[in-house]
Design a protein around this ligand. Structure first.
Ligand code: SF4
Ligand code: SF4
Length: 264
């Protein structure tokens, strides 16, 4: 049985659940300023002050096991961005994937919440944090935050030191231990392939936004469980959903302020 918003908030005795507008808890992660790189979108591009994503986990579960198992959103992202399919889990590359509640929200221990949400699938990807620790620790500025909130990667500048991976508290980044190219079933010539020694992650489809297109995962999801938009626009669809539904962000106590929200 679904938990009503009021009842849910009642059993909420722990951090980890928030609605938009509730300030993050101050922490070490939020103290230092992160430099923002100005970004001027080309003509015809989709624009936002702060791009964000809402993931409707209820819609995802309603879509059924088969849809989750053969998730077209994940396939679309990985095909579009030449993400290899490496069978060795220790070397795999992931931009967006599905995991269970315990892995997505390991800090939420409240038994009632865990019981309620344990059957939900959770899409995990880079949170495009407002205060991204990965950016702060990168010595070459290969990863940087744009003025529209997207946390970018410059693959050519990455020296493979993996400080950003150590800095990210969400495990959102992957490292190319081996040459990924032999593990591509099909190559998209419009997106660069990578080489060993480079870190990568979800880039909120910056290249598609420039062409006036929504992210590949959002477009491919048949159940419309992924919604993309401007967190700074009160009229955007994602803000309307966030006002009406209970939402979670991952590890809010760290003060990274994710731009990815889970509505339940
Ligand atoms: S989720 Fe991790 S990689 Fe993405 S912006 Fe936040 S700290 Fe950086
Ligand atoms: S926003 Fe784009 S890059 Fe990020 S997970 Fe979705 S399809 Fe992949």
């Amino acid at each position: 049985m679904a938990i009503k918003r009021r009842d849910f908030l009642k059993i909420l005795g722990v951090g980890g659940i928030s609605t938009i507008g509730v300030a993050g808890i101050g922490s070490l992660y939020s103290r230092a300023e992160v430099e923002v790189v100005p970004h001027t979108p080309p003509q015809g591009a989709l624009k936002a002050k702060r791009w964000g994503m809402v993931i409707d986990v209820r819609k995802c579960i309603e879509s059924g096991e088969e849809c989750i198992k053969n998730c077209e959103a994940i396939q679309a992202c990985h095909l579009t961005h030449n993400v290899p399919n490496i069978p060795d889990k220790k070397k795999e590359i992931k931009w967006i994937w599905i995991d269970n509640f315990e892995h997505a929200f390991p800090d939420l221990k409240d038994q009632k919440i865990v019981e309620h949400l344990s059957r939900f699938p959770f899409f995990l990807l880079c949170n495009h944090c407002e205060n991204p620790p990965c950016v702060r620790v990168c010595p070459t500025k290969a990863t940087f935050k744009r003025s529209d909130g997207i946390v970018m990667m410059d693959f050519h500048r990455c020296i493979g030191c993996r400080f950003c991976m150590a800095g990210c508290p969400y495990g959102s980044r992957s490292f190319n231990w081996i040459d990924p190219r032999p593990y591509l079933t099909k190559v998209n010539p419009e997106f660069p392939t990578r080489k060993p020694g480079v870190v990568e992650k979800c880039l909120f489809c910056y290249e598609r936004l420039d062409e006036g297109k929504i992210p590949a995962c959002v477009e491919a999801c048949k159940s419309q469980a992924l919604i993309f938009g401007d967190l700074n626009d009160p009229e955007s669809e994602i803000n309307k959903i966030l006002k009406e539904r209970v939402s979670l962000t991952r590890k809010p106590e760290l003060g990274t302020n994710p731009s990815v929200f889970y509505v339940i």
